[in-house]
Design a binder for this molecule. Sequence first.
Ligand code: C2E
Ligand code: CA
Ligand code: CA
Ligand code: CA
Length: 284
Amino acid sequence: KEQQLAHCFYNSALGDNVQRRALITKRLEHTLMAAKPSFSLRYQPQIDLTTGRLCGAEVLIRWFDEILGWVTPDVFIPLAEERGLINSITTWVIDTAGMQLIKWQKVGYQFQPDMNIKLAVNISAKSLDIPDIVPRFVDKVKQLGLTPLDFEIELTETGIMRDPTQAINVLHQLKQQGFKLAIDDFGTGHSSLSYLKNINADILKIDMCFVKTLLSDNTNHAIVKTVIATAKIFGMQTLAEGVEDKAIAEELRLLGCNYAQGYYYAKPLTAIEFEQTWLGATLA
Ligand code: C2E
Ligand code: CA
Ligand code: CA
Ligand code: CA
């Protein structure tokens, strides 16, 4: 009887899930067809740990649907990847972030250390399957009146490792075009040292699962220390994600981590909040 019950429960949970996923997909398709999709963007400051100053911002998508309410990217991005909708979303993100960037550049805001505002955008590894992805990105950026130097591309370590040969090939081309490359969620994706060397990224983003317990878990402390040392060997810089308090930020600085991002500095902000709170200090 217990088995039967478990079976029933399993089926109904699965049924709900299938239905909900179908609805989310339908609503995603709907909003992508609209003249103005119901997405918005947030900008999360990235801080240089040696100077304490702003050095960049990660662009994070939000979606408020009038029927579903808020749907988090952890839910709809994987679904969009599965249903072939991710490229339209990526295009919307680059367009919207790019137009915002142009506005900010016109005001004259500048970030250290490169002295131009650079936005980090998340790109799904699924997009690497598109044969002409590199010229597409370059054209898109030029169309907007920007250059690849204005963007950093974040790809997750797991995404890269799904087809490392193909990923490395595309990443090399993107880098050649001038995009900066960051490996996201680093430490969770089982890449080897030889791949790491071949990818030739600019930044390793240390996953927040190691950062959060940096001071309470000796193993995670050792992992973070090792990642920072390894990045240095390969000429990469490190950014710690999920920095939520001052003690962790200070320890990361002592360990030689270059950059940090997290609630201790700021949560992901609207363009207006980000401009008002963070960009003023970057005026030349
Ligand atoms: P991610 O790229 O690893 O982004 C970091 C996530 O951590 C963000 O969640 C951010 O809001 C959150 N976060 C930042 N600081 C802290 C902190 O101090 N503590 C904690 N607990 N969390 C922090 P978010 O915005 O919900 O995004 C979730 C994921 O969805 C992202 O993970 C990324 O994989 C994906 N995503 C978000 N926007 C986009 C996008 O435009 N395109 C694509 N392809 N994926 C996106
Ligand atoms: Ca990211
Ligand atoms: Ca991440
Ligand atoms: Ca993540």
